[in-house]
Design a protein around this ligand. Sequence first.
Ligand SMILES: *Cc1c(COP(=O)(O)O)cnc(C)c1O
Length: 828
Amino acid sequence: MALVTADTTPPIATREHTVDGFTREFLRELNFGQGVDLTRASVNDKYLAMARTVRHYLMTRWIETLRRQAELQAKSVAYLSAEFLLGRQLDNALLASDLQDIVREGLANLGIDLDELREAEVEPGLGNGGLGRLAACFIDSLATMNVPSIGYGIRYEYGIFQQTFVDGRQVEKPDDWLRLGSPWEFPHPEAAVTVGFGGHVEQYQADDGVVRRRWVPGWSVLGVPYNYMVPGYAKGRVNTLRLWSARATHAFDLQIFNSGDYAEAVRAQTFAENISKVLYPEDSTPQGKELRLQQQYFFVACSIKDFVDQVLPEGYDLHRLPERIVFQLNDTHPVIAVPELMRVLVDEKGWEWDEAWAVTKQCFAYTCHTLLPEALEVWPVELLGRLLPRHLEIIYRINDEFLAELRETYPNDELRVRRMSIIAEYPVRAVRMAYLATVAATKVNGVAELHSQLLRDKVLDDFAGYWPDKFTNVTNGVTPRRFVKLSNPGLSDLVTEAIGDGWVTDLDQLSGLEPLADDAEFRRRFREVKQANKRRITDVLAARDGIEVHPDTMFDVMVKRLHEYKRQTLKLLHIVSLYEKVTTGKIRLEDVTPRTFAFGAKAAPGYVLAKQIIHLINAVGSTINSDPALEGRLTVAFPANYNVTLAETLIPAADLSEQISLAGKEASGTGNMKFMLNGALTIGTDDGANVEIRRLVGDENFFLFGLTEPQVAELVDRGYHPSAYYETNEDLRHALDLIASGAFSGGDRAVFEPVVSNLLNEDRFLALADFQAYVDAQARVDEAYADTEDWTRRAVLNVARGGFFSSDRSMRDYIDGIWHTHPVPPGS
Ligand SMILES: *Cc1c(COP(=O)(O)O)cnc(C)c1O
């Protein structure tokens, strides 16, 4: 072990970057850390030892990053997010530490297969879907770009549930991801902070004679920080992700212990620890649950306290806080941070209200992630006042002053003033968190061009009128490290051979592939990579799910959360219609393009209709898959438990990317970008980032269909009657009738009646209205796919023109337009 020293700073241990050096470190971890010898070590022993060894190799950069930051106090981004859907860590750590080849060789020398250890890792599923995955991509990009930043979130003991299917129905299992050890985290119980809840607010006379208000919480919990390394690619910074875990406070226990009730004291402990126990599994439709508000306040209060008391140097002048930090609010979940910072400054630091507000409103920026009204969080005043009485007072005052300001600008428009109030009056008095965020933030951004436009024009139009400059767009992105370099090594190697490896951190360089779309030899190799990826997923599906698919079919993939607005039913209707036509002889099987229809989707456990749709997809799948006549022609593959790990093998194998949400409902989508960068063509609506994908790849390389957002608005305005489409479209009628007949449920007509009748009578997201356009677009897909060379050419162009969708570019946009931070490399 070597030591490096820089002037008078203490030395940092380093590791030898060789096969022998690695092997020594690994055996040391296995023997001394894990306490087993190689012959008796389980796969989990070896995985844990391996993970700890790899993290040692990143440690020098982490320590240097922290030292550098302590020294320079450069402006940082605190990314506040209730979710970080990280995915497995090992591969990314190996890539970041440049150990991939060394480790494979070192392990092989010991008779260990690296892939077996990789498979042993349980992914930390601390998020529901796109929003949480976005946060994970962003912190990866920030580290790679050497931007000082810290991620703050919750260390849920149980992440997103494990989905299983029982007779085709979704059954949820708890995600006990910590069970076999968690080698990537660094707990710091000594740095725990206390967070209050409940109680009351009292008036008192301060030492300076001024009458002030203060919060006397009724109970409190401890927040214990767990640090995770966020290693940048190559030699970049290693930033920190700090996730909070709830523990009972001693004070809390003591009272009850003193009263002699041991059992009650232990129960109370469990009560406190409930706060970080489980991730709420709702995506886009939050439930107004008390525990959820507790979680939100818990992590945000911990984070602000941590930043102010621990991260900032002692005696830091908080008036200069905006020079040092920007808190980015990932959706409304962390918005309670706004009144919390006000409370800290006014109540704890003794500042004047105006002084505190002037600083607070420079410290936050807000990202809105939705357009669905049901996704906009509101907290009933009754609940918020009971749990956080002082915060409610502060919110009221923020609102009073805001409304007074509005009345000056709009003296004759009380209706507008009331529309813009942070407090909603109906159906119950409640705090609109998106409005609070908008009032407090320096910038409000949507996540794709269309979404940002709709935010300005519809969801927050009054605010955009009042503060036109506050609103901006940052189109989402995905990290090319995880979603190309690691997940698609075949494509990565091919691309690197063609244009060098600069694309990994500068994805615009993919445009260098453009001429190769016309190079037959390049296309042949590109196809070979796709084919190898299909074989890989074929093996995975067989081993993981016992699903048999055929690698020489078109892989038509729709993976994302199950939600009506995303319209899995639209794809299903297409499949059922195809099946109906083939089985009734309306079309010949030989004329059908052999396809594998792949789905991956979890439904929120309380979302009944979504779960029925899952059941129906599985039922249709098992009918089609068990029809010997269709073998190798039509297959439905619905592996359970779609997660980041599955995305990483499924997406590189896709030929066709299904992005078919109702126009105006998907804020951005990021799955769409992952597919594009892996050489799939998109069939999609004019929604979210699809709009930008289509513009970049060109109309001729994108299968557009369906109503546009204004057409949707008009149709809904006129009155939408789904049954009219059923009456007039024969194919659609046959497909729906077939489902209703019980053909997929052993003759039982009741099972899927709710799905069918919902489509016929309600169809909130206009699946029937877009059915024919979708089927027509699929016919264009078939036609295009038949020309293999031309299809490959278009697939190459998708990769070549996808560079814009790197999350590095998203970060650049945030930095230039919102954060105004500067890169600081670790060793500089
Ligand atoms: C990228 C990703 C998502 C988001 O997919 P969308 O199609 O944008 O909704 C959801 N879940 C996982 C596991 C992902 O990797």
